[in-house]
Design a protein around this ligand. Sequence first.
Ligand SMILES: *[C@@H]1O[C@H](CO)[C@@H](O)[C@H](O)[C@H]1NC(C)=O
Ligand SMILES: *[C@@H]1O[C@H](CO)[C@@H](O)[C@H](O)[C@H]1NC(C)=O
Ligand SMILES: *[C@@H]1O[C@H](CO)[C@@H](O)[C@H](O)[C@H]1NC(C)=O
Ligand SMILES: *[C@@H]1O[C@H](CO)[C@@H](O)[C@H](O)[C@H]1NC(C)=O
Ligand SMILES: *[C@@H]1O[C@H](CO)[C@@H](O)[C@H](O)[C@H]1NC(C)=O
Ligand SMILES: *[C@@H]1O[C@H](CO)[C@@H](O)[C@H](O)[C@H]1NC(C)=O
Length: 276
Amino acid sequence: MEVQIVLCLCVLLHCQKLTSSFTGNILFSTHTAIMEFDIDTRNVTVLVEQSDTVYAMDYDYKNQFIYFPRFSTHDIVRFAYPSKNRTLQTVIQSSPHYPSGIAVDPTNDHIYWIDFYVGRLSRCNLDGSNVTVLSSLSLPFVIRLDLTNRWMYIVERDIGILKSRFDLTEKETIVDFVSSQVYCMDIDTNEHRLYWIIFGNGDIKSATYDGSDVKKNISTNSAGNKIAIGVLGSNIFYADNKQLLMVVKTPGSTPTVLYNDTSRIESIFVFNQSGM
Ligand SMILES: *[C@@H]1O[C@H](CO)[C@@H](O)[C@H](O)[C@H]1NC(C)=O
Ligand SMILES: *[C@@H]1O[C@H](CO)[C@@H](O)[C@H](O)[C@H]1NC(C)=O
Ligand SMILES: *[C@@H]1O[C@H](CO)[C@@H](O)[C@H](O)[C@H]1NC(C)=O
Ligand SMILES: *[C@@H]1O[C@H](CO)[C@@H](O)[C@H](O)[C@H]1NC(C)=O
Ligand SMILES: *[C@@H]1O[C@H](CO)[C@@H](O)[C@H](O)[C@H]1NC(C)=O
Ligand SMILES: *[C@@H]1O[C@H](CO)[C@@H](O)[C@H](O)[C@H]1NC(C)=O
């Protein structure tokens, strides 16, 4: 009897949902695959096998494709999701450049992407047509879009966070990284904050949409290899080298390891099923 109760408890605890009001998955990339972490079941599935560094992913909620840049293959590809047929389709050939960041604007059928070393921000239609170079920037790495308020946020890796309209008007650097490097950032649409990780010391920081109230939320005290973050409701998902972790947005909470991979996790995308 006691054994049964303990077993039941274990099953209950194990299957407890990580978030109370959310249906969706955490997608993440490694050097071998694009993976899916099911928040409800904690099941991990390989979506697409691949062999490049993938620093970003974004989703077209209207036509249901995941887009991602392949850094050293110099291209941007997409696959249908959710779907049984996840064949990769090439959208952009960016050779000889190294695409690092991507963002989809389904309202205007646009994708925006960053070619890292040349510091270039470009835009094209969802099918890759009509490529337009928009701007030259200083070491841009990440791009995220606030689709509700129509603002673009760009991480310039060694500099800070640049905020602008989608047509690059009203351009302003709102956060200064103060001689540290940042490889990841996400938008918290619930609390209207931006979150990023300092590469050198692993600190997770946040600020309001206008760059004020910069807070060090979490001090992880471990250097390097934290280059992926995704914010979802009251949780933050991030990677520390090969581990996928989650931390609740309550001061003093300790991170939980959700999954151990065999390769470094290089980007995280939070997929909101209700957004479809
Ligand atoms: C987890 O995934 C495995 C195979 O990928 C599948 O057989 C199993 O049913 C899944 N479990 C849940 C709870 O979805
Ligand atoms: C899978 O998708 C690819 C790319 O869209 C397409 O070319 C192929 O015909 C599809 N395969 C099947 C079995 O539907
Ligand atoms: C192509 O891009 C240019 C410049 O952004 C824009 O003016 C034009 O309407 C676009 N054409 C198509 C067919 O998307
Ligand atoms: C980070 O700090 C801000 C400001 O104090 C707070 O609003 C936010 O909830 C915190 N996030 C986490 C993850 O603790
Ligand atoms: C991940 O690996 C650590 C040891 O490095 C282990 O303590 C932990 O239980 C593992 N977690 C999961 C979810 O596999
Ligand atoms: C998911 O998407 C729905 C519909 O757009 C939205 O109402 C909800 O706030 C989103 N959930 C989170 C956690 O962002």
